[in-house]
Design a protein. Structure first.
Length: 281
């Protein structure tokens, strides 16, 4: 996670006192690395406990952990020259598009991996392996990611329900049973249809895995059992959903490979059989 980027993206979710701390971090950057909570509090006219609570609110256990992550971010930016590709740059020559997209993919993958909690990923994989039925709840571009996972699971003969109609998703969510697992995919974490499905799954006492952006206020993350966080990278409409889609698809691939790692030979045979079934078409 890029600390400063995360703070900027969640700025509106902070209290007035937290915004004073956020402004100071954004402005001073590396200077705060050598400062104590009391030093930062004096500089921002807040208090040391408020500074510590701010660090915890944005996902760190301690202020020192925040400062360490900030130090790493700054070092990486210096190494990379802090070049940020913009999809609607003034120069949209073919070469710029090719290498700009490559740079963007490399960057988003690095951010995705840095956010990953291996323990959460392992727990999600185990839940999916043992699931009687896997229900996928997602719409829009996230819905395309859900479809990708559905195709993968179908070819390994894992029972999966992934309706494209949101009304069907909602109705299926009230019919979940013991042994089922729900997978919610929503970049924003605020998709109304997906939230409704997740709440229904919770009422049915079915475990929920969510793939959603790392943010201070995220409804779907707050009501899920296992949260796999992806970078909050969509800065404007110009990116569309390019970066978040890449990040979500990477997580889906990790879950899929994790599910088949203990019986690769068996799954391989199924993949060969399904390929042969449609080859002549």
């Amino acid at each position: 996670m890029n600390v400063l980027q995360y703070i900027k993206q969640n700025y509106d979710s902070f209290t007035d006192r937290e915004k004073l701390i956020a402004d100071y971090l954004i402005e001073t950057k590396e200077r705060i690395i050598s400062m104590s909570a009391r030093d930062i509090a004096e500089a921002t006219k807040t208090s040391a406990p408020t500074v510590v609570r701010f660090a915890k609110k944005i996902g760190f256990n301690t202020l020192n952990e925040l400062k360490l992550k900030l130090s790493i971010n700054i070092s990486k930016e210096e190494e990379a020259g802090a070049i940020q590709f913009q999809y609607l740059d003034n120069d949209l020559g073919t070469k710029n598009i090719i290498y700009g997209i490559k740079q963007s993919v490399d960057s988003i993958m690095e951010q995705t991996v840095s956010l990953l909690d291996e323990e959460c990923l392992d727990k999600a994989i185990e839940l999916l392996i043992s699931a009687k039925n896997i229900y996928i709840f997602s719409v829009g571009v996230s819905g395309l990611v859900g479809q990708d996972f559905y195709y993968k699971l179908s070819r390994m003969n894992k029972r999966c329900i992934c309706n494209t109609d949101t009304h069907l998703q909602i109705t299926s969510s009230v019919l979940l049973e013991e042994g089922d697992v729900a997978l919610a995919i929503s970049y924003s974490g605020e998709t109304k249809e997906v939230i409704k499905c997740v709440k229904n799954a919770r009422r049915r006492k079915v475990p929920v895995i969510s793939i959603t952006k790392a943010s201070v206020n995220n409804t779907i993350a707050d009501i899920s059992d296992i949260v796999i966080r992806i970078p909050a990278v969509e800065k404007s409409i110009r990116e569309g959903a390019i970066s978040s889609r890449i990040s979500q698809l990477a997580i889906i691939d990790m879950l899929y490979i994790g599910m088949i790692r203990n019986n690769i030979k068996e799954v391989e045979e199924k993949l060969i059989s399904t390929r042969k079934a449609v080859k002549e078409l």
